[in-house]
Every structure is written in C-alpha cells, then in structure tokens.
Design a protein around this ligand. Structure first.
Ligand code: NAD
Length: 369
C-alpha cells in the first residue's frame, strides 16, 4: 500500500475496516462522518492559555459537531478579548469560583479543562457537579488518587470523561498501530520512543511540582509512553528508569531528563526518553521480526510522517487533531456511546508514570499489577 497517494477517505475506509477491533484505531472512523449534525455540542474552555488560544479555539471553528459556547477564566481582560473575538455572551463567561452556576446554562454541554495538570481534578469535579461532560487535557492529573476522583465524580454525575489524547485521531499514528497490530512486518519486538524540547521561562508552572506533577515525563514523555502502549497493544508489566539534572537551579522541583525501559507481557521491550533541556527528540521506531517502521516526527500537531523498512512512506494527509478529538467526543455524547479515550486511559498512564518515578527514585525495577 502506498500511503502517500492515498486520500484520507480511502485511508479511513481501509483503516477502519482493518482496525475496527482496536480501541485506539476505532476513534478515527467516527470523526469522518459527513452528515450535517442536528445539534452542536457547546464547549466551554476552562483555562485560556497557550493551548486554548493557539489550538483549541481555532480547532473548534473547524468542527462539525461542536461550537465554542463559553469560557472559564480568572482574568477579566482575557474574558473581554475572547468575548470580542468569538462573540461569547456574558452569561456564558465564568471564573473558577462560580463554575457551579453552569448547572443552569443549557448552552454548555462540555467543559474542556485546559489548566495546569495539578488543577485538572478540581476543575473537572466542578464541571461534573454542574452536570457537564468533561474533556480534560493530558496528563490527566498529578496522582493516581486525583485521577480516580475525576472518574468517580463524572460517573456519579452520569457524565462522560475523556482525556485529550489527540494522537488517537491522527492518521499516521493510526497507520503505525495497524502495521504493528496486523503484524505487517511480523511480530513487534522492540519500540524506541522519545519526546522532549528545550524549556524556556524558568518561572513557569511546568517546573513546579505541585502544578505539573513532574517534569518532562508528565508533560511530553507521556507521548512516548502512549506510543509504546498503543503500538504494542499491551500494558507494561515492568519498568525501570533513571533521571538526570544538570541545571539544579531551573530543575529544582522536577526532572530535567529521564530514560526508562519497559517490558510487556508478550516480551516486547521499549526504550524511551524525554527531556526539557535538549532539542531533536520526538519520534518512535518499531522493530519487528521481518522489518521496521518509524515516525519522525511522530507527535506534532502537523507534519507527522514516517518510513517503512521496505521503502514505503507513511505520510497521510494532515488533519486538525483537536477538531477530530472534539468532534468524536461530541458524537459520543450525541449518540450516547463511550469515548475511546476515557478517564481510565488517562489513569493507566499516570499509574505507569508513578511507577517510572518510583524506579528512578529507588534504583529498582518496578512491577506493575
Ligand atoms: P498555559 O500556562 O499556557 O495555560 C494554562 C492556563 O491555566 C492559563 O490561562 C492560566 O491563566 C490558567 N490557570 C488557572 N489557574 C492557574 C494557576 N493556579 N496557575 C497557573 N495557571 C493557571 O498552559 P498550556 O500550555 O495551555 O497547558 C494547559 C494544559 O494543556 C496542560 O495540562 C498541558 O499539559 C496541556 N497541553 C496539551 C497539549 C496537547 O497537545 N494535547 C499541548 C500543550 C499543553
């Protein structure tokens, strides 16, 4: 199959039939529906920082099933700016202390939590108690307990909870899942994955333990961890790790760089890395019995592509990953079906990341249940 020459529609047709049994892959087919929606799901964005401003709000304009209905912000000047830019009525503008008043607002169906990691539970719980579905950014939270609280509160409210794993909707990652799960190059044996970047401002919340939960692993290493899980289709049963800090002033609370290895029940081994203090890391490579394939870059908003050992390119047409993710969640709500990226998926990553930190701390391999 020559991936480069395939249209997205052909790809979706092939991939959704071939991979219908894969929870990771299944999500894409649903975002490809072309019928006009009867009702658009109203999203309120909680946290109007970088991601909301540059990705999510623009992506909402590209959705079929969603609309930007409201905002939650602690800054009145941001409220004014967003109100003017997106025509949001005053009655749909909230702050973090009056979110419970959303209960009386039928314009808002979903709260998309885009605040620092350590506030996801607080804002998710407020939204759920106001009777709203929740889409929370990754990482789900900074502890297993807080993830579980988010799941419990949404369940109690009878509302859906999804985690913002945009790559579950990205055609090139999806094609790699197909290559791995269908054993196109034989059984997978080894996965290498890494994601990192050079972090700037030393005062930002990403370097503070209470708000971030950890360093590069929680922020971007999670993409490498996710890749090992969706490519293997398995959960790791052992992890070992170590961290390093070469700038103890900037990285006084969280790790600067980390490497970890994990072993999966079938015998697949993964070798992963993440950093906040170097560039050029953002790919994966899968080695199988009779060949290999890679993606470099693998985790970007746009331009992910790869190569197979037989010389074929993996280069499907770019999509708006955030629009696909939100459209899929909207359809889950409209059709009353479960999301492919539920809170339980976010919880699994946080459990594994806590085991990775434990290994780095103790110098011992940690076994996962
Ligand atoms: P940001 O710092 O740009 O924005 C965070 C927002 O939260 C700001 O508007 C800030 O005012 C608000 N906030 C509310 N209470 C706060 C507090 N006590 N301290 C600091 N800020 C507070 O961050 P971001 O890059 O937009 O990231 C937000 C979330 O999105 C994080 O969980 C991050 O991991 C996630 N994220 C996901 C992706 C992705 O590709 N899915 C990309 C970037 C960020």
């Amino acid at each position: 199959m020559k991936a480069t020459s395939q249209s997205r529609r052909d790809f979706i047709k092939t991939a959704s039939v071939a991979a219908a049994s894969l929870p990771f892959a299944g999500a894409l087919s649903s975002c490809a529906q072309e019928s006009a929606p009867t009702k658009k799901i109203g999203f309120a964005l909680a946290g109007l920082g970088e991601l909301s401003t540059t990705q999510i709000a623009p992506a909402l304009q590209n959705t079929q099933f969603c609309k930007l209905a409201g905002i939650v912000t602690g800054h009145p000047y941001k409220a004014e700016k967003w109100k003017a830019q997106y025509g949001i009525p005053d009655k749909n503008i909230y702050n973090y202390d009056n979110m419970e008043q959303m209960a009386d607002n039928p314009d808002i169906d979903v709260v998309y939590v885009v605040t620092p990691n350590g506030l996801h539970a607080e804002h998710t719980i407020k939204a759920a108690r106001a009777g709203k579905h929740v889409l929370s950014e990754k990482p789900m939270e900074v502890s297993v307990e807080k993830c579980q609280q988010m799941i419990d509160e949404c369940k109690k409210a009878g509302k859906q909870l999804a985690i913002g794993y945009r790559l579950h909707f990205e055609p090139n990652n999806l094609e790699c899942v197909r290559l791995a799960h269908e054993k196109v190059f034989g059984g997978v044996k080894l996965i290498q994955a890494g994601f990192g970047f050079h972090i700037g401002d030393p005062t930002q919340w990403r370097l503070k333990k209470d708000l971030a939960g950890g360093g590069c692993l929680m922020d971007v290493g999670i993409y490498a961890l996710q890749a090992t899980r969706y490519l293997s289709g398995e959960e790791p049963n052992e992890v070992s790790a170590f961290t390093t800090v070469t700038d103890p002033v900037k990285f006084s609370q969280v790790e600067e760089s980390i490497v970890w290895q994990s072993k999966f029940p079938s015998g697949i081994i993964a070798n992963c890395s993440s950093t906040y203090n170097a560039d050029g890391l953002g790919s994966f490579k899968v080695s199988a019995e009779q060949g290999w394939f890679d993606m470099n870059p693998a985790f970007q908003y746009h331009g992910n592509h790869g190569v197979r050992g037989d010389g074929e390119e993996i280069n499907f047409t770019d999509i708006d990953q955030f629009a696909a993710e939100m459209d899929d969640f909207a359809q889950c709500i409209l059709e009353n079906r479960p999301t492919k990226v539920p809170g339980e998926e976010g919880l699994r990553d946080v459990k594994i990341m806590m085991a990775i930190y434990e290994s780095a701390r103790t110098g011992k391999t940690v076994t996962l249940a």
